[in-house]
Design a protein around this ligand. Structure first.
Ligand code: CTP
Ligand code: MG
Length: 398
């Protein structure tokens, strides 16, 4: 069956974006200021979406919830249901608390991230989550301090400060949910970051490596730095990405027990038992669709051919593959080839393999090779309860 239900994540990421941006002085709330054609919030959110699977709570000024919804809808795709948008408070800590109140109750880990650190790479999120999974209560990404530091009193230098014992704190900061909740509930002062509140509550905080690109956009000079980083990345990335082919994988399983005759690999098999499914149950065609969509980064079969689309009830491979080709070509790709393997005790493919390849190739507009195997009587394919198919697809950007 093709089912695109997402697993319920163990982690929530609170993206705080409710600040006013006084120091940036761009005439409106900082998160909605453009870096390039996209806002700080847009970049921050796409970084969060590229990290580990998590519930995401976006905290914005109360009067910008509608704008935030527009950004979320433009980016989230199938993950839309994992995202909540709530109104923030007048301090960062209040905004974090507002976000925390919207976190699912069964979540174990909470990461708090400044939207102003819009260019944070996904691996920073992964490092923080890994340390939490390792059993840490509180995790802080840091960078070593590079400048020579002095303690001053007005105009006068009092003494040099040993920078080797200092680090600069970044976000996302990660916590066991209960630890953060308790620390914020008992906080008597307003902390500028969450690790400070957790430390004040007596919990040890562990560091992991931060990243230069995680700098916080605070002043107009920071905004210029973000603009120039994005400009360079685009110039370098565009050429490379455009030239590279992309692969995708797809699998599908259907049980025997459908109505009528069997349709598999795009051909009809008179006298064979039909497969069960919303469409004709053609697991081979469905695996190909998933592989091709995945290669183009276009989601999966449930998104484009779900049971809410009545035109695909009872549809055969040709309809699925022609639409897939259209979707992928509209997104700027050409299909290179597809290789699909079917695992089934019946039907016997030996005499009809070439025919199946011809039909699938014609429908997809790219070479499809089909191979078939039995599984030595093992598993559900071996006992003949159903069939499984596995496909790999290659697409080229055009
Ligand atoms: N933040 C928030 N709610 C607040 C204050 C800050 O959600 N009441 C968020 C900001 O949106 C930002 C992060 O906390 O993503 C870090 O704060 P900061 O860089 O200080 O942003 P601002 O408070 O907006 O800027 P400024 O201090 O210059 O006004
Ligand atoms: Mg601030």
């Amino acid at each position: 069956m093709t089912d695109s239900v997402l697993p319920r994540p163990r982690t929530s990421i609170i993206l705080v974006a409710a600040g006013s941006g006084t120091r940036l002085a761009a005439g409106g709330p900082k998160a909605f200021v453009g870096i390039d054609e996209h806002s700080i919030l847009h970049h921050a959110l796409s970084g969060v979406l590229a990290g580990p699977l998590a519930q995401i709570v976006v905290v914005v000024p109360a009067d910008r919830i509608g704008d935030a919804r527009t950004e979320v809808d433009a980016l989230a795709g199938a993950r839309r249901d994992l995202i909540r948008i709530v109104a923030g408070g007048s301090t960062r800590q209040q905004s974090v608390s507002a976000g925390l109140a919207a976190v699912w109750p069964d979540v174990e880990f909470v990461l708090v991230h400044d939207a102003a650190r819009a260019l944070t790479p996904p691996d920073v999120f992964a490092r923080v989550v890994a340390a939490l999974e390792d059993g840490r209560d509180a995790v802080l990404p840091v960078l070593p301090v590079v400048d020579t530091l002095k303690r001053v009193d007005g105009q006068d230098v009092v003494e040099a400060v040993d920078r080797s014992v200092l680090a600069s704190a970044q976000t996302p900061q990660g916590f066991r949910r209960a630890v953060l909740l308790a620390a914020l509930a008992e906080a008597t002062e307003d902390h500028t970051d969450d690790a400070a509140a957790v430390q004040a509550a007596g919990h040890p905080v562990t560091t992991v490596a931060g990243d230069e690109r995680s700098f916080k956009i605070t002043t107009p000079a920071d905004l210029d730095r973000a603009r120039s980083l994005l400009g360079h990345a685009r110039a370098e990335g565009a050429e490379e990405a455009a030239a590279l082919p992309r692969v995708g994988i797809g699998t599908d399983v259907h049980a025997f027990g459908g109505e009528g005759t069997l349709w598999l690999a795009g051909v009809e098999w008179p006298g064979e038992q039909a497969l069960h499914g919303h469409s004709d149950g053609d697991a081979v065609a469905h695996a190909i669709v998933d592989a091709v969509l995945a290669a183009a980064g276009l989601g999966d079969i449930g998104e484009h051919f779900g049971i809410d689309q009545p035109q695909y009830a009872g549809a055969h491979a040709a309809a699925f593959l022609a639409r897939t080709r259209h979707l992928v070509e509209s997104a700027g790709f050409r299909i290179g080839n597809v290789s699909v393997q079917v695992q089934a005790r019946r039907p016997r493919f030996a005499t009809r393999r070439a025919e199946a390849e011809r039909v699938l190739t014609a429908a997809l507009g790219a070479p499809v090779s089909v191979s078939a195997t039995t599984t030595d009587g093992l598993g559900f394919t071996g006992t003949g309860e159903g069939v499984a198919a596995f496909a790999v697809a290659l697409v080229h950007p055009v």
